[in-house]
Design a protein around this ligand. Structure first.
Ligand code: HEC
Length: 155
């Protein structure tokens, strides 16, 4: 149905407040659909392990400047965020609750480590990284993944 052109401004003015709330409602109806794209193995190598190893390197000795502390904090947060991505990828058949629990534990410990790094507490940060490694290993053990993460093993 088409309206005569001269009607349009009236309709627009009258509908202004209505259409604004209408937009808000429309926006709320968009539900993002989260779906995994990469293989879990790729997340392990490219995110979890890469950032873990970076932290290990940075925490070999007490970081000397602010930049190194900030970088380390960022790596810890990326490990924590990786745990969120892991929660999109629970095992299909069983063990989902265990998976979520292990991923949340990793997220919590990595976020705690980020806080410790923000405070530049070196000793506590090394303890924190060991706790993160423990979270990695607990999930690997639960799902029989033969990968053992040993913090500071090479140092
Ligand atoms: C919630 C469970 C879970 C957590 C937490 C977890 N992993 Fe994994 N990890 C897995 C699974 C499952 C695999 C096997 C993936 C595959 O081969 O498909 C794996 C495999 C790996 C691998 C081997 C990848 C390869 O190339 O075969 C490495 C390395 C790894 N994880 C490192 C880590 C590190 C480091 C952390 C902690 C920062 C971590 N993982 C935390 C579940 C987990």
């Amino acid at each position: 149905m088409t309206f005569p052109r001269s009607f349009t401004p009236l309709v627009l003015l009258g509908g202004l407040s209505l259409s604004q709330s209408g937009h808000a409602q429309q926006a709320a109806r968009v539900v993002p659909k989260l779906e995994p794209v990469a293989e879990t193995k790729l997340l392990m190598e490219g995110l979890a392990h890469a950032n873990f190893k970076g932290l290990e390197r940075l925490l070999t000795q007490k970081p000397g400047d602010n930049q190194a502390w900030t970088f380390a904090r960022g790596q810890a947060l990326l490990v924590a965020e990786t745990a969120n991505l892991l929660m999109l990828r629970p095992p299909q058949k069983e063990g989902q609750a265990v998976w979520f629990e292990k991923a949340m534990a990793l997220r919590g410990r990595a976020a705690d480590l980020a806080n410790t790094l923000a405070k530049k507490d070196f000793d506590q940060a090394r303890v924190g990284l060991s706790l993160v490694a423990d979270s990695c290993n607990r999930c690997h053990q639960s799902f029989r993944v033969p990968v053992q993460i040993e913090p500071f093993a090479e140092n």
